[in-house]
Design a protein around this ligand. Structure first.
Ligand SMILES: *Cc1c(COP(=O)(O)O)cnc(C)c1O
Length: 425
């Protein structure tokens, strides 16, 4: 399906019903797959043939949907995970171990920050956080001998900073490590990070891909472009794996080594798989992704322009606004558009911000974003409350920041709700 455009891939990639079989992706709700001989089974366990034997490692429904996302992102393969958090963890842990180091943008999702700075640190993996605006020199200085990857978000949640992916890729590659990009907010409809040099792309599919607030999930996509052998830093991929009788991933699976190892090792040992039923629901979301993203954007930019000159608003962020500090980056990486999430600060600080969101009716207070239904959050008092004021600043989140996830309702109804709440504070 590589030759088709986004809209067509959203509907057709990943699964093609054969003669007389279902046109919709079937839900293969089975833990187990049966075989005629133990030799058939042995070949699967040795990774000598392709096939399914146990859904902790792989399941056909999950794989159809993963392949659709791989196709949309322009990758050679993908794996669905049970959450976006699992995808972030797998994307890094697949190529590093205790004693290693990662360079990460500081403008990342709060949950990812906790995963990196607290939980993975306990596992002996160190992170250096760099500003997304860091110069090439500053980025270079963050590297160590044991650095194994660079991590950033295309369009950061909730800071809405657009990452200069080409700059990050160039520096990562100069140090012989891959760039991992979390493309959750942009989706492949607005940006395909692989086109700009990213090697691995991940998503929380919980957000726009699902789009209806139904299922928590994630995905890791392998571009197939990173040369693990040439880098020389990844014996886990280029030297024999004892748990598979000395198989070497790069030798056997070539440019799908990274993604194959993720299934063969991490899924086998950690098992963060989504249920096939959730993947089925995710696929329904994917089929309309291109329509929804366009409407999310149209509604969001109208609301941003409406609020831009409101006297009760101190500042507003939407990278598609010409006045936005990242407008040039948005033009380069998001075709001048943005997602449905905008953020703004209410004059009067934290107190007025909380008062404002309490007055909203149609727009719900929810920890969720990137959903068909509009919702709102005050990160400093909810998702990011573990962060100190200094860490909040570093992540680009002032304490009066309100994150508004603009849905696909009629935009006039959303604006009316915002206006009545603003006028009552
Ligand atoms: C929500 C989110 C995550 C975590 O995903 P879950 O599906 O909630 O585990 C990771 N990255 C970004 C950018 C997110 O918005």
């Amino acid at each position: 399906m590589k030759e088709f455009k986004n809209e067509t891939k959203c509907l057709h990639s990943g699964y093609e019903g054969t003669n007389g079989n279902p046109r919709a992706i079937p839900i293969i709700q089975s833990t187990t797959f049966k075989y005629d001989s133990s030799e058939d089974m042995a070949d699967l366990f040795d990774l000598k043939t392709n096939g399914y034997f146990y859904s902790r490692l792989a399941n056909p429904t999950n794989d159809y949907v993963a392949q659709k996302i791989a196709d949309l992102e322009g990758g050679v393969g993908a794996v669905l995970t049970s959450s976006g958090q699992a995808a972030s963890f797998y994307s890094i842990f697949n190529i590093c171990q205790s004693g290693d180091h990662i360079v990460s943008s500081s403008a990342i999702y709060g949950g990812t920050f906790n995963l990196f700075a607290v939980t993975m640190k306990k596992m002996g993996i160190d992170f250096t956080f760099v500003s997304p605006d860091a110069t090439e020199d500053e980025l270079n200085n963050a590297f160590r001998e044991n650095t194994k990857a660079v991590f950033a978000e295309t369009l950061a949640n909730p800071a809405l900073v657009v990452t200069d992916i080409e700059k990050f890729a160039k520096i990562a590659h100069a140090h012989k490590v891959p760039l991992i990009i979390d493309n959750t907010f942009a989706t492949p409809i607005l940006c395909k990070p692989i086109d700009f040099g990213a090697d691995i792309v991940i998503h929380s599919t919980t957000k726009y891909m699902d789009g209806h607030g139904l299922c928590v999930g994630g995905v890791v996509v392998d571009s197939g472009n990173f040369d693990w052998e040439k880098s020389g830093k990844y014996p886990c991929l280029t030297e024999p794996d004892e748990s598979y009788h000395g198989l070497t991933y790069t030798e056997t699976f070539k440019n799908a080594a990274y993604i194959t190892k993720m299934v063969a090792q991490l899924m086998r040992d950690l098992g963060s798989i989504p249920s096939p039923h959730n993947s089925f629901l995710l696929n329904i979301g994917l089929e309309t992704l291109h329509l929804r993203i366009q409407r999310h954007y149209e509604n969001a930019i109208k609301i941003a322009k409406h609020l831009e000159h409101n006297e009760k608003i101190e500042w507003i962020r939407c990278p598609a606004l010409e006045s936005d500090k990242n407008y040039d980056l948005a033009k380069k990486y998001l075709s001048g558009k943005s997602c449905g999430v905008i953020s703004f600060g209410i004059k009067g600080g934290k107190e007025k911000s909380v008062e404002f969101i309490n007055k909203l009716n149609l727009i719900a207070i929810a920890t969720h974003v990137a959903d068909a239904k509009s919702c709102v959050l005050h990160p400093a008092s909810s998702t990011h409350r573990q962060l100190t004021d200094e860490q909040l600043d570093k992540a680009g989140i002032p304490n009066n920041l309100i994150r508004l996830s603009v849905g696909i309702e009629n935009v006039d109804d959303i604006i009316a709700d915002i206006d009545q709440a603003l006028s009552s504070i």
